[in-house]
Design a protein around this ligand. Structure first.
Ligand code: PHE
Length: 340
């Protein structure tokens, strides 16, 4: 029996060290120590021993059992550790690899330039006024000296909601709201959307943006208008930028002018971009018509003012050399991404 016990221990030692996975080790444990295992089988024979032999043999058997148990639990630990290490090695993350950034949005070029214009005017002491896009005929036309049968209405045909409610064709409507609610001195700009029933092409869109400007105080002259716009254009296009005023007609300003800006491409010499003019038309402006002042309750014998309305799309297209206005509205990411 002693030999049997010794032999179990020796064979177990070899078998345990040869095992390479936890499942096989567990099977081995059952084979050695289980109810039907080899050790149990030997212990069952203890009954046949004499009373003198039994205690020594029992002690030896217990020693062997605890040897086997220790062997197996050591091996279990070793195998578990090896498995853990293998998993860690397999799941290693390269923390030096650059991460994928989440896509974030950014401002549209129209908004970028609008914000710039806002900043420039805020710096000159202007405030920002807002007005409705769905407007009464009165504010969009009549109060601006365009009575119902005025021919200039044809050039600003729009989308009517009722006979006297329409989508505004110009931000000049905000001039009237401002004059009705504020007392001079007035210095406001009003950026916003306007609508005209124009067909879409490279330079037209039924929806576009204007920035209106209105200044009313005692002693305001055309020189103030020119100085203000010159500063705006120099901020937008560079200090050497020049502007040019050409006589024009708007029903709500007198005198009126169209304002051209020196072509940034040829600096006035004439090139393809400015169709050899050297200058590019950017906005309408003029001294607020006395009737318009009076209409809105401002005494035209005391106060005078200037107003202007610039097309934001044109400014943006000049700034970024965009040749087709549709790009600003189609929302093609390949285009928009360039303004990140
Ligand atoms: N509202 C005019 C337009 O849309 C521009 C303008 C504004 C002209 C203010 C003079 C004064 O064409």
């Amino acid at each position: 029996m002693k030999e049997q016990l010794k032999s179990i221990e020796e064979r177990a030692r070899e078998a345990v060290s040869a095992v390479t996975d936890l499942k096989a080790l567990d099977e081995l444990r059952v084979k050695l120590l289980g109810k039907k295992g080899e050790l149990t089988a030997i212990l069952k024979q203890m009954g046949k021993l004499s009373a003198e032999e039994r205690p020594a043999m029992g002690q030896l058997a217990n020693q062997v059992r605890s040897q086997l148990e220790t062997m197996i639990s050591d091996k279990t630990k070793a195998l578990q550790e090896a498995a853990q290490n293998a998993r860690l090695a397999a799941e290693t993350i390269d923390i030096t690899m650059p991460a994928k950034k989440p896509e974030t949005g950014h401002l549209h070029p129209l908004k970028i330039v609008e914000n710039e214009i806002r900043e420039i005017f805020l710096g000159m002491g202007f405030s920002i006024a807002d007005g409705p896009e769905v407007e009464y005929d009165y504010y969009n036309f009549e109060a601006l000296n365009l009575p119902p049968d005025h021919p200039a209405r044809d050039t600003q045909d729009t989308f009517y909601i009722t006979d006297n409610i329409l989508l505004r064709t110009q931000t000049s409507s905000v001039q009237v709201h401002v004059m009705e609610t504020q007392k001079p001195p007035i210095r406001v700009i009003s950026p916003g959307r306007v609508y005209r029933s124009d067909a879409v092409d490279a330079t037209h869109s039924p929806l576009f943006h204007q920035v209106e400007g209105l200044v009313i105080d005692k002693g305001i002259t055309m020189a103030d208008l020119k100085g203000t716009l010159e500063l705006l254009m120099q901020r937008l296009y560079g200090d050497d930028c020049k502007i040019r005023l050409r006589p024009h007609h708007f029903p709500f300003t007198e005198p009126s002018a169209e304002v051209d800006v020196m072509c940034f491409n040829c600096h006035g010499a004439g090139c393809r971009m400015c169709k050899n003019e050297g200058y590019i038309e950017l906005l309408g402006a003029g001294m607020v018509h006395p009737w318009v002042l009076e209409n809105s309750g401002i005494d035209s014998s005391v106060y005078s003012g200037f107003a202007f309305g610039l097309g934001l799309e044109r400014i943006v297209m000049r700034r970024y050399q965009i040749s087709d206005m549709r790009l600003l509205f189609e929302n093609d990411v390949r285009f928009l991404e360039q303004f990140r």
